[in-house]
Write a protein that binds this ligand. Structure first.
Ligand code: LMR
Length: 394
């Protein structure tokens, strides 16, 4: 039976991670997988998480099952972090999931159960795993224009024109902040125009928010998501704690279904519980518990917020340094977009050949579409990258 199976295409981001590991050069630079790294190239356990972990070791007296949707305290704390007071808590059904990817997968599953014919509109480009999961689930997907290759900003007119085709029964997948892979994001006014358009079409928005706090601030990064949740009757939100709490391997995410209708919310909560039960039963708890402890304890929370700010400002400083260095080398402002982008990623706009040249000549690893993880840089490697970009003829 297994001889009928075919080899699956390897995930490009994970392949790059492996290739970087195997490169023997000392001076190599990893701008691949979306993992935060400090100036020494480490991905440390965040201070507040470490403190919560110690405390948890002392106070945890059972590891029996929680609930199918995970611990309710986690859902409450995360709904508050994501949505603030944009919607009443009882408008939100929520379930813990294994990471943000788990939330995305469960969200697509919910959509498919609601409408087998649903088309999912995805930004072009988007996180490659969105496409891979949709393909695996045999769901219809429709790309919408998003990135202007000239300006390296959002092609907003193209986006609006394309999502105007979405209908009732369709879903429009949006990135809450820090667009992956481009780093180009919607302004507040543009979010409002997208909301007005979705109101007209009747399509349901699904927001993937995996980098809250890494762009402009915890509240600022959730602004678009909050506007959507407050103004549209139904919204799905897939959230990840992997990056902003640094709990990557603990697999800590949350799927939210917002419905401004009490009866609907009850059915949605039942559906989220049901989907968890079918796919893996109880969701993982360890990371979720740590996140809850951090969010509920004022001291731990303040320290966590301070560390998220340090990360955000550190990445922004690297962006500014790189843009300035490229301005100096090229005597032009064509790389200024790097300082405008937000989050860990920027799409540089290099060709696959130029990306390959930077890897071969300078040991610089970025995704083939020229997505760079800015957190993979430090003050000393920024000039190395800038020179390689110029040498590659970007
Ligand atoms: C990324 O985009 O690099 C991250 O979200 C990690 C992943 O799983 O792909």
């Amino acid at each position: 039976m297994f001889e009928l199976l075919k080899e699956q295409p390897a995930d490009k981001i994970l392949m790059l991670m492996q290739a970087f590991k195997e490169d023997p050069r000392d001076q190599k630079i990893d701008l691949g997988v979306g993992v935060y790294k400090d100036a020494q190239g480490r991905t440390p356990v965040m201070r507040a998480i470490k403190a919560a972990e110690k405390k948890l070791w002392e106070i945890e007296d059972t590891k029996t099952y929680t609930g199918l949707a995970g611990d309710i305290g986690y859902a409450d704390a995360m709904v508050d972090l994501l949505l603030g007071d944009a919607v009443p808590r009882d408008a939100v059904a929520a379930a813990a999931t294994p990471g943000g990817t788990g939330a995305v997968r469960q969200g697509f599953d919910l959509v498919r159960m609601a409408n087998r014919e649903a088309r999912v509109f995805v930004s072009d480009p988007t996180w490659p795993n969105h496409l891979s999961i949709l393909k695996h689930m045999e769901m219809h997907m429709v790309p919408y224009r998003y990135f202007n290759a000239e300006t390296r900003g959002v092609d907003f007119d193209g986006m609006m024109e394309d999502i105007a085709d979405a209908r009732i029964g369709d879903v429009v997948l949006l990135h809450g902040c820090c667009h992956n892979p481009t780093g180009a994001n919607l302004t507040t006014e543009q979010w409002q125009q997208v909301i007005d358009l979705l109101k007209k079409t009747g399509a349901v928005p699904m927001i993937d928010i995996a980098y809250q706090g890494f762009g402009d601030g915890l509240d600022e990064d959730a602004e678009g998501t909050r506007m959507v949740a407050a103004q549209l009757p139904e919204v799905l939100i897939a959230a990840s704690c992997s990056k902003n709490f640094g709990v990557y391997r603990e697999r800590t995410g949350l799927l939210l279904a917002v419905a401004h209708d009490e009866a609907r919310r009850k059915v949605n909560q039942g559906m989220l519980n049901y989907l968890n039960r079918q796919n893996y039963s109880f969701p993982p708890d360890h990371g979720a518990r740590l996140v809850t402890m951090v969010l509920q304890d004022p001291e731990l929370r303040a320290d966590w917020e301070a560390e998220v700010k340090e990360i955000r400002e550190g990445v922004l400083a690297l962006r500014q340094q790189l843009a300035a260095e490229l301005k100096r080398l090229t005597n032009s402002d064509r790389f200024d977009f790097l300082a405008e982008h937000r989050g860990m990623f920027s799409r540089l706009g290099a060709t696959p050949e130029q990306v390959e040249k930077m890897r071969v000549d300078s040991g610089i690893y970025m995704v083939g579409d020229s997505r760079m993880n800015m957190a993979g840089l430090n003050k000393d490697t920024v000039p190395v990258l800038a020179k390689a970009i110029v040498d590659a003829g970007v």
